[in-house]
Design a protein around this ligand. Structure first.
Ligand code: C2O
Ligand code: CU
Length: 492
């Protein structure tokens, strides 16, 4: 009976076939591994980092944001001397345009789908009602359009993003270019005076003809990683650091599966914000910061005595990849040019940035278990990634919560690989982590919508949902999400 509620639409029923087809054992097992890719030095590097173009507000009413986002193929001469590359993009831009909003805004964004596949726009991390959140159950068909409407509550200032979430096509649409940054600003931002840099990191895999390569079997198993990690769609650009010696960076990990073990040797990095906004107090970063797929951070970067050019690196992070994969290499994301820095001293950061109030006493509990299983049916060797022993089923409710009830979720990773857990529609608080029987309380409270789990790790979070309806939770390695590592929470 439950089923009817979610399988009601004609469009949804029509999606069943491609979903099965796309990750059938045959398809994945026969996907060739190791086809030659374009040599990574063929993509020019070293241009000055560009600013992200903004999505213009068509409304002149204060507190109202109105705009249109069109998803369509975009053909660019990306590699000199090669055929053009076909991306799929929002408003002909890579990444999608920056959507800059304020707390309290009423937002109205019309999505026009000029792709040949159904799509939706999911507002990753935003506290908005489920029927406006681009669920797979509300697809916009090819040639169709849909207006999303939501209000941004006070306290929602933070660093978000948007990307497609249609049943079964999310991974492909994202790796072809459909993803963009979204900022919610507060009118009282203690760090508003600082020069701000927005750095959207995305992944790109091009075949030797400069076309976007399809997923191979290793991509389906470990998550897709191409030969390029781009920043604002540029290859290893140069960031001219502010003469004042201090910048506020917001960094998005918009990659399908790449973990970013961020390091900027010699600089002083201070964490001031996570996915859902500022921390209560600045936290020094020791050497490296791990930004898992889908996560965002706000950092204060101090040049200190640096006056030269330093690379921002994504260092090696062993995440338990399986199969016959080549060893990971550290990657340079961009070069920070500190040569213009003139300041000899910077002021102390504010000791207090705001409040991250405890969500309060817990009155319900849930458990989510990630696992993996080799499926040998029909002679195939397909790795299955499961949540609570099941693959995703659009017509099944996996968990039920009550509106406004504070819950403790225990997320358990009983698999050999790291997985970033993401829950829609809310910002949660990590309470503690457990690994090898050792419990480590979260060192400070922070708003997050995505949390990484190492192999065999347990993470406990406090979370609450404010609207009734259906929410997704899933691994944000998009190939895992696509092949079934997703569940549904019904909020009543
Ligand atoms: Cu960013 Cu369900 O996703
Ligand atoms: Cu995963």
């Amino acid at each position: 009976m439950q089923r009817r509620t979610f399988l009601g639409g004609v469009a949804v029923a029509g999606l069943a076939a491609p979903w099965l087809q796309a990750w059938s054992a045959v398809d994945m097992a026969s996907a060739p591994v190791g086809l030659p890719l374009l040599a990574s030095d063929l993509l020019p590097a070293g241009a000055t980092l560009r600013e992200l173009p903004k999505l213009a507000n068509a409304s002149s009413t204060p507190g109202h944001f109105q705009a249109t986002l069109t998803a369509a193929p975009l053909t660019l001469p990306f590699i000199p001397g090669h055929a053009s590359t076909e991306f799929w993009a929002y408003n002909d831009g890579l990444p999608g345009p920056l959507i800059e909003l304020f707390e309290g805004d009423m937002v109205e964004i019309t999505f026009i789908n000029n792709l040949k596949q159904p799509s939706t726009i999911h507002w990753h991390g935003l506290p908005i009602p489920p029927d406006q959140d681009g669920n797979p159950h509300d697809p916009v068909p090819p040639g169709g359009r849909h207006t999303y409407r939501f209000n941004l509550p006070q306290g929602s200032a933070g660093t978000y993003w948007y990307h497609p979430h249609p049943h079964q096509y999310t991974a492909e649409q994202a790796f072809r270019g459909l993803a963009g940054p979204l900022l919610v600003r507060s009118r009282e931002d203690p760090l508003a005076e600082l020069p701000e840099r927005l750095l959207v990191v995305s992944d790109l895999k091009l075949d030797r003809y400069a076309a976007i390569a399809p997923n191979d079997a290793n991509d389906w198993m470990n998550g897709r990683e191409g030969q390029f990690a781009l920043v604002n769609a540029q290859h290893q650009p140069v960031l001219p650091f502010d003469a004042g010696g201090r910048e506020r960076w917001r960094v998005w990990n918009a990659c399908s599966a790449r973990y970013l073990q961020l390091a900027l040797p010699g600089s002083t990095l201070t964490l001031v914000g996570t996915d859902g906004g500022l921390l209560e107090a600045p936290q020094p970063v020791q050497r490296e910061y791990l930004l898992a797929p889908a996560q965002r951070i706000e950092l204060i970067v101090d040049a200190g005595s640096l006056r030269d050019r330093i690379e921002l690196n994504a260092n090696i992070y062993p995440r338990g990849k399986m199969g016959d994969v080549s060893p990971d290499k550290a990657m340079s994301l961009l070069t920070v040019d500190f040569t213009a820095v003139r300041a000899t001293a910077v002021a102390a950061l504010p000791g207090r940035l705001g409040s991250v109030a405890d969500l309060g006493p817990v009155t319900a509990h849930k458990q989510v278990v990630f696992s993996e299983k080799m499926n040998m049916a029909n002679g195939s060797h397909r790795m299955q990634f499961l949540i609570n022993d099941q693959e995703y089923d659009m017509g099944r409710v996996d968990l039920v919560s009550k509106v406004n009830e504070v819950e403790l979720w225990e997320i358990v990773n009983r698999s050999d690989m790291d997985h970033p857990f993401h829950l829609h529609g809310t910002q949660f608080q990590v309470v503690e982590r457990e690994l090898g029987g050792v419990i480590t309380p979260a060192p400070f409270r922070a708003w997050q919508d995505t949390v990484n789990l190492r192999s065999n790790e347990i993470v406990r979070i406090k979370t609450v949902q404010r609207w009734s309806g259906l929410r997704m939770f899933h691994c944000h390695i998009l190939e895992h999400e696509a092949t079934g590592m997703m569940g549904q929470l019904k909020v009543v």
